[in-house]
Ligand binder design. Structure first.
Ligand code: TRP
Length: 333
């Protein structure tokens, strides 16, 4: 039987090469082998203080971006178009202990961050409960594999604990235990500060948008930090990051040639930078072209994604129906 893959991503306006090489490209590749469901999780995006005027736009923007880089429309859904996730989330709340949720490091980190920014920061109950909704996202499709970063391991373990408690309570092996799928994805760092992960939150110069124009990419790569001074036998993080980007952009031959230069001690950083900028620009140009095509008829795309969400929702509805039967609730129909 074809195995099922599920993953989700929170809507943000930008997609950078850290997101793409680290996760989304893997989503695209997995489509060849598995039955895949990929969600844009707008309910999760409400767990931190947010701008109500921007959320819906960010959701659609992410949909356009995912389509432009190769995620198939029929595999995509928007979480709020499958409201069964939240209903199952409620049921799962009753199969998850406060103690277990209190140990989630992501909650502690995000909560602490907000409190550091302001003493009376608003930390929502939704942020605390976030992993329970995530468990519902996963289990509602009875996913075998969940491709996520290591930072999500704890959430996956919580999902399994919920599934286990549920199965024990209803006396049936109803849910399969979902496994994380740690694919070998490259870690991309900020070119401006290679000690930091590429991320949007660190500011403009710390991420390269996958839809950036060529001039901007060249400028960012040209100014990439290479050596930070101090002699060392090891490749500096900045140089390593450029090599990673070059390879990820599919420029294997150049990667090999420049690596030879590096090992011979003759590498000119400008050559590495130019090759990397060429590779990324070629990718970005293709993505941008695809995105222009997609966004030339937004109405059609919105219709398409509403359809795919509705199609995927059938699975969610069926699971929820069975779950309600099993736990002693009533079904509307
Ligand atoms: N918590 C995930 C993240 O921050 C996003 C997410 C929500 C998710 N629901 C999920 C990931 C279900 C995998 C499966 O990246």
């Amino acid at each position: 039987m074809t195995k099922t893959v599920l993953s989700c991503i929170q809507p943000t306006g930008h997609m950078h090469y850290g997101n793409y090489f680290g996760a989304v490209k893997n989503w695209v590749d997995l489509q060849e082998k598995y039955a895949c469901y990929y969600g844009v999780v707008d309910y999760h995006a409400m767990t931190m203080p947010y701008d109500v005027k921007k959320l819906r736009n960010n959701t659609w923007e992410l949909i356009y971006n995912l389509l432009a880089v190769g995620v198939k429309a029929e595999n995509l859904f928007i979480q709020s178009l499958v409201p069964e996730h939240t209903e199952l989330g409620w049921i799962f709340n009753c199969f998850c202990s406060v103690g277990h949720l209190s140990r989630m490091t992501q909650f502690k980190d995000k909560g602490k961050d907000s409190e550091e920014k302001s003493k009376d920061a608003f930390v929502s109950a939704g942020l605390f409960d976030y992993p329970v909704l995530q468990a519902a996202d996963i289990l509602i499709y009875k996913a075998d594999y969940v491709p996520v970063g290591k930072d999500q391991d704890q959430h996956l373990e919580l999902s399994r604990a919920i599934a286990q408690r549920f199965n024990n309570t209803v006396g049936k092996e109803y849910f399969v235990m979902p496994e994380t799928l740690h694919s070998e994805t490259p870690k991309i760092f900020s070119t401006a500060d290679p000690s930091k992960k590429m991320s949007k939150s660190a500011g403009e110069k710390h991420f390269i948008n996958v839809f950036a124009d060529e001039a901007r990419i060249r400028k960012q790569i040209r100014s990439a930090v290479t050596d930070q001074g101090g002699a060392s036998d090891e490749m500096s993080p900045g140089v390593l990051n450029l090599f990673t980007l070059l390879k990820s952009a599919g420029r294997m031959d150049e990667h090999e040639a420049l690596m030879k230069d590096y090992n011979a001690g003759t590498l000119k950083y400008v050559d590495l930078k130019d090759a990397t900028a060429d590779g990324l620009s070629a990718m970005s140009n293709a993505f941008t072209e695809k995105k222009a095509e997609i966004t030339s008829d937004k109405r059609a795309i919105k219709y398409l994604i509403k359809q795919s969400s509705e199609e995927i929702r059938k699975i969610a509805k069926e699971t929820l129906r069975e779950v309600k039967e099993l736990v002693g609730l009533l079904n509307v129909k």
